[in-house]
Each structure stands twice: as C-alpha cells, then as structure tokens.
Design a binder for this molecule. Structure first.
Ligand code: SF4
Ligand code: SF4
Length: 197
C-alpha cells in the first residue's frame, strides 16, 4: 500500500485559497456588446481597399493562401500629349474578398506594393447568410473610413529611407565641390639617381 503524503485536507485549503484570491481580484471581463472592447489600433478586423491605389498587379490574389481575393479588370488607352502612341492602363472592375474563407493572415496587405490594402480594427460584420461575407469593391472601400491613422514615427528610430536620402542630398555641396580630392604621393627619386619624371 502506498503512503499518502501531506496533511489531510491540504488540497481543500489550497483550493479555497485560490478561490478567495480570485474573488478579491478585479474582474477583467468585458461586457461586450454593451461595452465595446478596447482593441489595439492595428487589430486585424477587416481589410479595407483604397481602389485608387490599386494597379491590378494581382500580387495579393496570387499570394493569398486561401484564394479568396477575386479581381477583374480591363485595359484602357490613355492619350499622352506628345507621345507617338497612347498608353495603356488597367482599370479595376471587380475586387472582392470572401471573408468566409479569409484566415486573416495579412499577406495581401503586406505584399501590396502600392498601399491599396489596409487593416481596419472593425470586426462587427457577422452575417446570417454566409454569401454576404463576400465584400465587393465598394464595400471594401467603405472600410477605409475605419482605418486608423499610421502611428507616429519613433523619435529614436531610423528615419525613413526617402527622408534620409532627401536630407543627404540637401546637405551635400554642389557636385563639383563634392568630388573627392585625389591625393597623389610625391614622386620619389628615380632608380638611376636622376630626376624623377
Ligand atoms: S488576409 Fe490572408 S487569407 Fe485573407 S485575403 Fe489576405 S492573404 Fe487572403
Ligand atoms: S497587390 Fe495591391 S495593387 Fe496589386 S492587385 Fe492587389 S491591391 Fe491591387
């Protein structure tokens, strides 16, 4: 027969101690939906589209692991004064995201080279019909109003590359003055003891 360790009732006392400690601690339960939760500003709630920035490069749709971005476009000719031929540009016709498939990985937002996609912390868009979770271009555009402004730059952080380049250019003297001076060594005596060339 194995010997039991500890004082009888020790477990009960420990359990009651935990209960008492928890009872006196301040509750952190949030009374949603009566009280809106305080979410971090960069929370991944819904994806917003700034359609003017989209060049229909298709990078987001190609990288989306869930294949839940649907894009359609057509080409349009733009006459350029002085140019021999008109230019062509893509016009966005359709940009849908199916949030019933999206896994909120954020890859589309990260890969967009033209800052056309943003995270909004808005999350209250549950639907009774799953089909309504497909947000079209206009619906995605409406979410832009809920995108928080970008956080302020860290004063101790590195400046943005563009800012650093602009500051370097502004600080640099004119191109001729900026050319480095080549210092050549003084010619030494010729090996035959004559005058150096
Ligand atoms: S967050 Fe991820 S899964 Fe959702 S649309 Fe973007 S890439 Fe696709
Ligand atoms: S990656 Fe950006 S620019 Fe390219 S199609 Fe997607 S949203 Fe448009």
């Amino acid at each position: 027969m194995s010997e039991r360790s500890g004082i009888p009732g020790e477990g009960l006392v420990k359990g009651l101690a935990v209960t008492l400690k928890t009872m006196t601690r301040r509750s952190t339960t949030q009374q949603y939906p009566d009280v809106a939760p305080e979410l971090p500003p960069r929370s991944r709630g819904v994806i917003a589209l700034l359609a003017e920035n989209c060049t229909v490069c298709m990078l987001c749709a190609r990288e989306c692991p869930d294949w839940c971005i649907y894009i359609d476009s057509h080409k349009e000719e733009v006459a350029v004064p002085g140019a021999a031929r008109p230019r062509q540009r893509n016009v966005l016709d359709k940009f849908d995201i199916d949030f019933s498939l999206c896994m909120y990985c954020g890859i589309c937002v990260e890969v967009c080279p033209f800052d056309a996609l943003y995270w909004s912390p808005e999350f209250e868009y549950a639907e009774y019909d799953i089909k309504d979770l497909l947000h079209d271009k206009d619906h995605l555009g409406e979410w832009m109003a809920t995108v928080p402004p970008p956080p302020a730059h860290d004063r101790n952080g590195e400046p943005a590359k563009e800012e650093a380049t602009a500051a370097r250019k502004a600080a640099a003297p004119s191109s001729s003055a900026a050319r480095p001076t080549v210092v050549r060594p003084e010619p030494g005596p010729a090996p035959d003891g004559g005058t150096p060339a």
